[in-house]
Design a protein around this ligand. Structure first.
Ligand code: UT7
Length: 325
């Protein structure tokens, strides 16, 4: 029997504390005008002291499960994408597993930084298609505020904390039916030669410290526009679709200028792109599920519509996923 992964619920969680551009400009040589013009960011959320990535993830997961009419005991797989785990080991996913009351199955992390949610979605979708699990939670959760150099205005203004989650159910595939709901395809790429343009300068095996995020912004920008345009075309071609068939583009939220450039290359009108960067900033692996949650909750994304997601992050890593909601 062929199986596919159906989206059963979606949830998001943002920490309470809001850090505005103006507040940042009080302690750094920057301005609200520069940050808005160059990135589209207006404010970001910052996790409270003692509030960990697993806490944000568990809140988002609980909301997604509630929407699906399920509880933790119904889940037999968690794939959690994060570059800011609670601890070096074990995986943050197993802490979430315990926190949501899931007593069976398996939970693990994937590490693909800002592309993490697409990588986690691919891993979960593949497991469901193979019958290795029946219900999966796919989570993107980050506390990037903890790995930022708050004296580096070139990076610290860009990121925020948050989490988002999707519940996927394995359902029977009706062979040959083109309009079926669920994950249609996922497309993953990486290129380790580009490590130095976006990385963290620490870790347990190198410095023994957590380190800080380092980025050559202009080069990452260039790579992002190029690879994201390629990978969305790849996703469309794999499904015999044109950009005009897509109802919603849900991009990773790194920079409005990147989002607009990819949309323009695709020929997709801006009204069909979900943009949350003004209020969330770049939440790395959490940005896509947070955007999905917002647009599904306010009624923009409707059941049966085609949703195209794309992301690029450190590694470099990049990918896309096409889902009929
Ligand atoms: O999610 C992972 C993927 N990450 C991304 O996709 C990020 C991609 N990169 C970007 O979004 C952009 O490159 C940035 C937003 C990071 C930077 O924008 P940019 O237009 O590429 O600016 P730049 O780095 O070329 O810097 C232009 C100027 C520089 O000053 P000079 O050398 O021209 O005098 C910077 O020092 O802007 C200065 N600058 C700032 N000024 C005020 C850099 N950061 C700031 C700041 N406030 N926060």
């Amino acid at each position: 029997m062929n199986l596919r992964s159906l989206v059963a619920g979606c949830g998001g969680y943002l920490p309470e504390h809001i850090l505005t551009n103006d507040a940042l400009a009080e302690r750094l040589d920057t301005s609200d005008a520069w940050i808005r013009q160059r990135t589209g960011i207006g404010e970001r959320r910052i996790a409270a002291k003692g509030e960990l990535t697993s806490d944000l993830a568990a809140r988002a997961a609980e909301r997604a499960l509630k929407q699906a009419g399920m509880s933790g005991s119904d889940v037999d797989l968690i794939v959690l994408a994060t570059a800011t785990p609670d601890e070096t080991f074990p995986a943050t996913a197993v802490k979430v597993q315990a926190e949501i009351g899931m007593k069976r199955g398996v939970a693990f992390d994937v590490q693909a930084v800002c592309s993490g949610f697409i990588f986690a979605l691919a891993a979960a979708d593949n497991a469901l298609r193979l019958g290795q699990a029946g219900t999966a939670l796919v989570i993107g959760a980050e506390t990037f505020s903890r790995i930022l150099d708050w004296n580096d205005r070139g990076t610290c203004v860009l990121f925020g904390d948050g989490a988002g989650a999707l519940v996927l159910n394995a359902v029977r595939d009706r062979d040959g039916t083109a309009d079926q709901r669920g994950v249609l395809s996922t497309h993953l790429h990486s290129d380790g030669r580009l490590h130095n343009i976006l990385y963290v300068d620490g870790g347990p095996s190198s410095t023994g410290t957590a380190g800080f995020l380092r980025m050559e912004g202009r080069e990452v920008f260039r790579q992002a526009v190029m690879h994201l345009s390629e990978v969305v075309e790849e996703a469309l071609a794999a499904n015999g679709l044109a950009a005009s068939d897509i109802d919603w583009l849900v991009p990773h939220q790194a920079n409005t200028r990147i989002i607009e450039a990819v949309g323009r290359k695709l020929g997709l009108p801006a009204e069909r792109t979900i943009v949350t960067i003004e209020r969330h900033a770049n939440t790395s692996a959490a940005s896509i599920p947070l955007a999905l949650d917002e647009a599904a909750a306010d009624g923009r994304i409707q059941r049966g519509q085609l949703v195209l997601m794309e992301a690029l992050g450190g590694g470099l890593t990049w990918g896309a996923a096409l889902v009929r909601w």
